[in-house]
Design a protein around this ligand. Structure first.
Ligand code: PAD
Ligand code: ZN
Ligand code: ZN
Length: 375
């Protein structure tokens, strides 16, 4: 029986309040309105940014359906949708590309003016949500809300991908892989023969390493306080691995000594102010580029001596690896299908969607890289 135009009753993981586990609820998902797309989710990764909401370091309206690293199949489309049709395999885009705004027309930038990332109202573009539970509206999360059997997204926040692609793997292209890889190849523009330092070896940091290696870096120094992450970092291209806890001096001094004054490219892929500073200081003061990838705690600031930049250093950051999402995601999926980069090493666990709280425990205890939840 067709579900088109009808409310769908299904399961979703609802976060009712911060610092609490998810509860699997029966929710109602209203049909897509004009320029919206309803998607049957097939798989979703678990990213630290979702956990930042639970810990309170990333603020969004609650209760909400979180999740932003998913892949699924279009169930139905609202009026005026031309970019996808029912049955298409798609990836929802937490960093949308409206195609019309100043930034979408800018040759380099990717942070579309329609992005909801820096707002926290938790709705679709029209200011409302299609989710409800027990008669109460449930908020969306950054254009995606993938922790649900069905989700509705704006058509600027979804893209069709190769129909042959394995959704339980390419879901990582929806966030972690693309963010890390793009931070190296597109944001930093790592050069052949260069020296890189990557702080934080989660799914995103390891994807930075994949990008540094693809760009031809000669040395890739991986930095983490969890040494269990080192084997995978080496497998993916790290040439050295260091643990700041093994040294009595600050890790930036260790890196400066190891690299004749500082690395060419450093990446902070944790989301802490102290490591953002360490990464900056470990880049060479005259020629270094330091990229912030980790999402820092809400409303916190750093005080920096401008002299640190005056000698020529570059300090930058980006969302989604600087990629324009609609243009890049299908190409990245095609590159994965052509075996230009791996995703399997990043997926350490696959669990049924209902075990979502277990997946977050694995992330918090440092035991997983990416857990993929399947529906
Ligand atoms: P993760 O938790 O899997 O990895 C973080 C790693 O950092 C772990 O291996 C930790 O052991 C390590 N770590 C923690 N504290 C320290 C420390 N003091 N020194 C050294 N290492 C440490 O996270 P992830 O890979 O999913 O995400 C990493 C960050 O990137 C996180 O802040 C997330 O919110 C952010 C992110 N940003 C974007 C973006 O578009 N900019 C996209 C996706 C994720
Ligand atoms: Zn993410
Ligand atoms: Zn735009």
């Amino acid at each position: 029986m067709s579900t088109v135009g009808k409310v769908i009753k299904c399961k979703a993981a609802v976060l009712w309040e911060a610092h609490k586990p998810f509860t699997i609820e029966d929710i109602e998902v209203a049909p897509p309105k004009a320029h919206e797309v309803r998607i049957k989710m097939v798989a979703t990764g678990v990213c630290r940014s979702d956990d930042h909401v639970i810990s309170g370091s990333l603020v969004t309206a609650l209760p909400a359906v979180l999740g932003h690293e998913g892949a699924g199949i279009v169930e139905s489309v609202g009026e005026g949708v031309t970019c996808v049709k029912p049955g298409d395999k798609v990836i929802p885009l937490f960093s949308p590309q409206c195609g019309k705004c100043r930034i979408c027309k800018h040759p380099e930038s990717n942070f579309c003016c329609q992005s909801t990332l820096t707002q926290s109202q938790g709705t679709l573009l029209d200011g409302t949500t299609r989710f409800s539970c027990k008669g109460k509206p449930i908020h969306n999360f950054i254009s995606t809300s993938t922790f649900s059997q069905y989700t509705v997204v704006d058509d600027m926040a979804v893209v069709k991908i190769d129909g042959a692609s394995p959704l339980d793997k390419v879901c990582l292209i929806g966030c972690g892989f693309s963010t890390g890889y793009g931070s190296a190849v597109k944001v930093a523009k790592v050069t052949p023969g260069s020296t890189c330092a990557v702080f934080g070896l989660g799914g995103v940091g390891l994807s930075v390493i994949i990008g540094c290696k693809a760009a031809g870096a000669a040395r890739i120094i991986a930095v983490d306080i969890n040494k269990d992450k080192f084997a995978k970092a080496k497998e993916l291209g790290a040439t050295e691995c260091i643990n700041p806890q093994d040294y009595s001096k600050p890790i930036q001094e260790v890196l400066q000594e190891m690299t004749d004054g500082g690395v060419d490219f450093s990446f902070e892929v944790i989301g802490r102010l102290d490591t953002i500073t360490s990464a900056l200081l470990s880049s060479h003061p005259a020629c270094g580029v330091s990229v912030i990838v980790g999402v820092p705690p809400n409303s916190q600031s750093l005080s920096i001596n401008p002299m640190l930049l005056l000698m020529g250093r570059t300090w930058k950051g980006a969302i989604f690896g600087g990629f324009k999402s609609k243009d890049s995601v299908p190409k990245l999926v095609a590159d994965f299908m052509a075996k230009k980069f791996p995703l399997d090493p990043l997926i350490t666990h696959v669990l049924p969607f209902e075990k979502i709280n277990e997946a977050f425990d694995l992330l918090r205890t440092g035991k997983s890289i990416r857990t993929v939840l399947t529906f």
